[in-house]
Design a protein around this ligand. Structure first.
Ligand SMILES: [Zn+2]
Length: 547
């Protein structure tokens, strides 16, 4: 069943079932939201690339809108912006990657065989004759009683890891089956985690063995994007967090290295699906890597607005949405080269503005509410990662982080609300209660193998323990409209606004998350991660700061 509702009735319908809120909840204005998308996604904003003239226009416009909505600056010293300092590295010249075993040298070619880069802000990387150790899936997951590293010291060694989770290819009868959420990818399956964990442990380098099924995309996808600039936030001690080099190796070449060292890659891969797996050093084999890069810094801005809490201002509910898009790029067949990023994610930012209006016009919340328009999501969750490392408001007392990334235009309210990462924490229960009141039902991500929970801006804060809620409409393929969007518009110049757009359905979604945030902001509850969620231990560590 689908409902088609005129704009103004969306909240009225919700409130008919929620009399207590009805007196206080201001309406979400679908048409004002639509007009905000029109502006942000206009050619004048040039696709909103970070560190471009499009950024300046976007940031200035958003500050003006948040101010007009009645919010204060939510950045450092009451400013509306937080400058995020980024480290950028670009390939410079050729790379040599070679393994030596038993007096024989095996050369690997950057591109077809292996891809290497470095997040360290240096102009040259040299690793000489480092031992190589196979660490299975490279996962240390205490909440799942799993540790691939055991107590093996990998400092100074090149770590070779498998793609995806330990249970990705498990048979039903294997003990590991389901331990890492089955076909759904967990954080441990993401290459970002594997790079980070190897870096944290002092490895000389880390290579993920590429297999198309486990990665979810062919080698060509990695190879095609490998020459693009890489970004990281500026870190106080990058050497403590990032290995000298990181990258990927084709499975066939990994097999060859293992064979040359007298090992059977396939057999070792099988053994890595068992909890008692221990890292295996490739006997007599060493690896040397050498490449140049250009390292510099760039700045970009998060826009942060805030409604201070009346009773407990140090406790914060965050709503976040990334303002950035891909900017101006390769033209499509029609010659359009502006990636307007209307659905992804002018809609999310427009939602933030509506939420700011709603909180400013409603009764003053007991806790503070922060509206975070993040930069650099598309280049690797950079703005939100910067905030997670440099929080303006304490993360320990940040109650929840509600992420808005892509709302679809239309008038038909989908009776299903897709929740990315459904079941991970108690925020679902609050959302479910409000959804039920409007006849809607929560459903899980229809494509969990893509790991969407780890690919938007709630995630860097979740890593620090902040409970995250990510209701999504745009890229899940749950509805016909979302499938059309994914196939024909997502990350293309065709993700454009036009004057047939109506935002009634999106307004209903925004009203729903307004109700959730309002509940949290007026309560003293601290929603928790559910047992088994990757981020529970991080939250638990700061428990004493929350009453
Ligand atoms: Zn997005």
């Amino acid at each position: 069943m689908r409902h088609a509702l005129p704009a103004v009735s969306v909240l009225a319908l919700m409130m008919a079932c929620a009399p207590a809120l009805a007196q206080q909840a201001p309406a979400i204005d679908a048409e004002r939201m639509n007009q905000a998308v029109r502006v942000l996604a206009s050619d004048e904003f040039e696709g909103r690339a970070p560190a471009s003239p499009g950024e300046e226009k976007t940031v200035a416009w958003l500050v003006e809108q948040f101010r007009a909505a009645g919010a204060e600056g939510g950045g450092p010293d009451g400013a509306f912006v937080q400058v995020a300092h980024l480290s950028r590295t670009r390939q410079d010249g050729p790379a040599t990657v070679a393994a030596t075993v038993g007096g024989r040298t095996i050369t690997l070619e950057r591109g077809p065989d292996v891809l290497v880069s470095s997040d360290r802000p240096v102009n040259h990387i040299t690793v000489t004759d480092a031992p190589v150790v196979f660490v299975g899936y490279g996962a240390t997951a205490p909440e799942r009683q799993w540790d691939d590293f055991k107590d093996v010291d990998v400092r100074g060694k090149v770590v070779v890891v498998l793609v995806n989770d330990p249970d990705f290819e498990a048979a039903e009868s294997d003990a590991v089956a389901g331990k890492f959420d089955g076909q759904a990818m967990t954080f441990y399956g993401r290459w970002t985690y594997k790079f980070q964990e190897a870096g944290r442990r002092g490895a000389a380098g880390v290579l993920v063995v590429h297999e198309t099924a486990g990665a979810g995309y062919p080698w060509s996808v990695l190879q095609n994007s490998s020459a693009a600039p890489k970004f990281d936030i500026v870190r106080a001690d990058p050497d403590a967090e990032r290995a000298p080099f990181q990258g990927w190796i084709q499975r066939a070449r990994a097999e060859e290295l293992f064979r040359a060292a007298g090992l059977d890659f396939a057999a070792l891969k099988d053994s890595a699906r068992k909890a008692d797996f221990k890292p295996v050093v490739l006997p007599g084999l060493t690896m040397s890597v050498d490449f140049g890069q250009i390292a510099d810094r760039v700045e970009t801005k998060n826009v942060l607005a805030r409604i201070p809490g009346a009773e407990r201002p140090n406790e914060t509910v965050i709503y976040g949405a990334h303002w950035d898009g891909y900017g101006v790029g390769t033209p499509n067949a029609q010659g359009d080269k502006i990636y307007n990023a209307a659905v992804d994610n002018a809609t999310g930012v427009a939602a933030l503005l509506e939420l700011a209006h709603a909180f400013a016009e409603g009764p003053r919340p007991k806790r503070s509410v922060v509206f975070a328009a993040w930069s650099g999501e598309e280049a690797g969750l950079l703005g939100s990662t910067y905030y997670a490392a440099n929080p303006v408001w304490p993360l320990e007392t940040t109650v929840a982080n509600i992420n808005v990334d892509s709302l679809l235009p239309g008038t038909e309210i989908d009776p299903n609300v897709v929740v990315i990462g459904k079941g991970k924490n108690q925020l679902d229960d609050i959302l479910a209660r409000h959804a039920t009141q409007t006849g809607r039902t929560l459903i899980a991500d229809p494509a969990p193998q893509a790991g969407a929970f780890y690919r938007s801006d709630h995630f860097p804060l979740a890593l620090k323990g902040v409970p995250a809620l990510f209701p999504a409409a745009g890229f899940t393929g749950a509805s016909a409209a979302s499938r059309d969007y994914v196939q024909n518009r997502y990350h293309q110049p065709t993700d454009e606004w036009n004057d047939s757009w109506r935002m009634d359905a999106a307004a209903a979604d925004v009203a729903l998350i307004y109700a959730v945030g309002r509940d949290l902001a007026d309560s003293d509850q601290w929603p928790e991660w559910n047992a088994g969620a990757e981020f529970g231990p991080a939250r638990e560590a700061s428990k004493s700061t929350r009453r």
